[in-house]
Design a protein around this ligand. Structure first.
Ligand SMILES: Cc1cc2nc3c(=O)[nH]c(=O)nc-3n(C[C@H](O)[C@H](O)[C@H](O)COP(=O)(O)O)c2cc1C
Length: 346
């Protein structure tokens, strides 16, 4: 069964929430085209969250999704932090900027009571999580206003855990996917498999509807995912060049280059493993580093370098998140792209 009936939408196309590169504008365009637009909230303050939710409510009457992270709050490991800062120190000298003193202010917060209170004012019809599910009491608050709850699984074990712990819909995130891997039960990257390998295994294992995510960028791929039994698809990378996205200009340039065909899994930008286009930082330190502090602490010492490089027009220190398949990225309106993705459905 398509996800359309469960979520009250016309097309089984979910625009993937993409923290840092989009806000309400992209979500509204997709909702109004009949898909499910998503608002990524992991990097929003309570006021920012309220502003964005107000914008969505004022510009569409259709169902929408809000997305939150639920990673464990990180504990600072001073030795690792010192090693990490020592590795980045030469870049600070090169840019002539000072290393931030504070190492405790993560820019990505796990879903908490305060965010739940703001969400409760708006009662979004769909709420999705990355990195598992929030503690039971918080999840109960979300369910109390009738929201459907979705979360990403990267293995069959994670899908079974999500179903057992209250997810209404599971997003099977294949290893092709751009951005952070939703991994939460294991850190073993060798278990991470492609979308069309993971999807049928998850569908066989659980009773709830399953969404395919990762590498889906064309109408043919959407049709193929549904043929394999997916209830819908979640598409991120293909929307990155849409005018409604806030994708930075170095990121947009990188997506249009040959480099975008050589993505890597890297933990350098946040400490969590995510897929993106290689750049100077991943080339010089290697994409995976045991010195990078736990998610999301690694970002604290990288962000000033990112800002310095970006102000000189370079994406050399920016997280250039992208999936393996960038062939669907188009500088076209998000509504048009959503309709094109659904073109082969009856
Ligand atoms: C730029 C970017 C940012 C992302 N940020 C988030 C996020 O904030 N929350 C989330 O649940 N998934 C995030 N993802 C992952 C998507 O939900 C989804 O798994 C992925 O985009 C699907 O693969 P595709 O990029 O090949 O379409 C992000 C993906 C990208 C490309």
């Amino acid at each position: 069964m398509h996800i359309t009936a469960t979520l009250g939408i016309d097309l089984p196309i979910i625009q993937a929430p993409m923290a840092g590169v989009q806000g309400s504008a992209l979500a509204i365009a997709v909702c109004n085209a009949g898909g499910l637009g998503s608002l990524p909230c992991a990097m929003l303050s309570p006021d920012g969250l309220r502003r964005e939710l107000t914008a969505i409510r004022s510009n569409t009457g259709r169902p929408f999704n809000v997305n939150l992270f639920c990673h464990p709050r990180p504990v600072v490991d001073p030795a690792r932090e010192a090693l990490w800062r020592a590795q980045l120190a030469p870049y600070y000298r090169e840019f002539g900027i000072d290393m931030p003193k504070d190492d405790t202010g993560p820019a990505r917060n796990p879903f908490d009571e305060e965010a739940a209170r703001v969400l409760g004012e708006f009662r979004p019809p769909v709420v999705s999580f990355h990195f598992g599910l929030p503690p039971g009491a918080l999840l109960a608050q979300v369910k109390a206003w009738g929201a459907k709850v979705m979360s990403s699984a990267t293995t069959v074990a994670e899908a079974l855990w999500l179903e057992a712990n209250g997810a209404d819909v599971i997003i099977a995130q294949g290893v092709e996917a751009g951005g952070h891997r939703g991994m939460f039960l294991s850190k073993d990257l060798s278990e991470q498999v492609g979308t069309f390998a993971l999807l049928p295994q998850v569908i066989r294992a659980v009773k709830v509807p399953v969404i395919a995510a990762g590498g889906v960028t064309s109408a043919d791929a959407v049709a193929a995912a549904l043929t394999l039994g997916a209830a819908g698809v979640q598409v991120g990378t293909a929307y990155l060049l849409c005018p409604e996205a806030d994708t930075s200009s170095p990121h947009r340039v990188a997506l249009k280059t040959e480099r975008a065909r050589h993505t890597v899994l890297t933990n350098l930008f946040t400490g969590g493993v995510a897929r993106g286009i290689p750049n100077r930082l991943t080339d010089e330190l290697g994409p995976l580093s045991s010195a990078a502090p736990a998610f999301p602490l690694a970002a604290n010492a990288v962000t000033p370098l990112r800002r310095a490089a970006e102000s000189a027009g370079s994406g050399g220190f920016s997280p250039l998140w992208a999936g393996q398949n960038v062939t669907g990225c188009k500088e076209t309106g998000a509504a048009q792209l959503t309709r094109e993705l659904a073109a082969r459905l009856g």
